[in-house]
Design a protein. Structure first.
Length: 237
């Protein structure tokens, strides 16, 4: 007879797509980085156009609105928000998702901060926020994108994707409206965030599946009772 054994969950069918998106975002980020480098780290023509557009539309109410994501996405703001989200995931017994979010946030900050310091691209001269030469990529946008993508992949809800896209676009607008970044800076931050979130999610899911496979009991083979033989000396009719 066959003894049923509990099977671990099958690998997430989205993984191949997410991996492809992560690789594509990584390549696009590298291409943009090369384009900026070839231009001597000066603003690109599209950067100048967008900067002038933002400058022409400046107003006190819009500036106040732009500071909302700027403060929430700052160092202290993201530390607080990140810890709250991680603790909520742990409380909901989604420890793998909490680990994914924590790792992704650490990785995206480490990569972005290092690149920004090494590249030292000069911000717009009329920046209303930061003025240090750490413009490329936008750390605010990178972290915001990373958090939104990881949460959307973990929670699998359409409204989470929608809110995430709106928040990232809001952040990108905020950083350029406050003239703290060039347009290419925030695009690079978005690409970095997508790449890190997608690749870290795929890596953690692969480890999760491997551990589940190892902990699952081996399937029990079907055994058939041997056919009874007649006793020696018995008559067979």
């Amino acid at each position: 007879m066959t003894v049923p054994t509990p099977a671990h969950a099958a690998p997430d069918a989205r993984r191949a797509v997410v991996l492809a998106v992560g690789v594509t975002a990584s390549v696009a980020f590298v291409v943009l980085r090369v384009v900026v480098a070839l231009g001597g780290h000066d603003p690109l023509p599209v950067d100048v156009w967008w900067h002038d557009l933002m400058d022409q539309t400046l107003s006190e109410p819009a500036i106040l609105l732009a500071w909302v994501p700027a403060v929430a996405g700052g160092t202290i703001g993201m530390i607080v928000i990140g810890l709250v989200l991680i603790l909520l995931l742990v409380w909901r017994r989604r420890r793998w998702d909490a680990a994914t979010l924590a790792i992704a946030m650490v990785v995206v900050v480490a990569i972005g901060a290092t690149m920004a310091a090494v590249i030292a691209r000069v911000r717009p001269e009329d920046s209303l926020a930061e003025s240090t030469a750490t413009s490329f990529p936008s750390g605010h946008t990178a972290v915001a994108t990373t958090v939104c993508v990881v949460l959307a992949l973990a929670l699998r809800r359409g409204y989470v994707w929608l809110l995430g896209v709106l928040w990232v676009v809001f952040m990108m607008w905020s950083r350029t409206y406050l003239q703290a970044h060039w347009l290419s800076d925030v695009v690079a931050g978005m690409l970095e965030g997508v790449a890190v979130a997608a690749l870290i999610w795929c890596a953690v899911e692969a480890v999760r599946d491997r551990r589940a496979a190892r902990s699952a009991p081996l399937p029990t083979r079907t055994t058939t009772p041997p056919t009874a033989r007649p006793a020696e000396g018995s008559a067979i009719s």
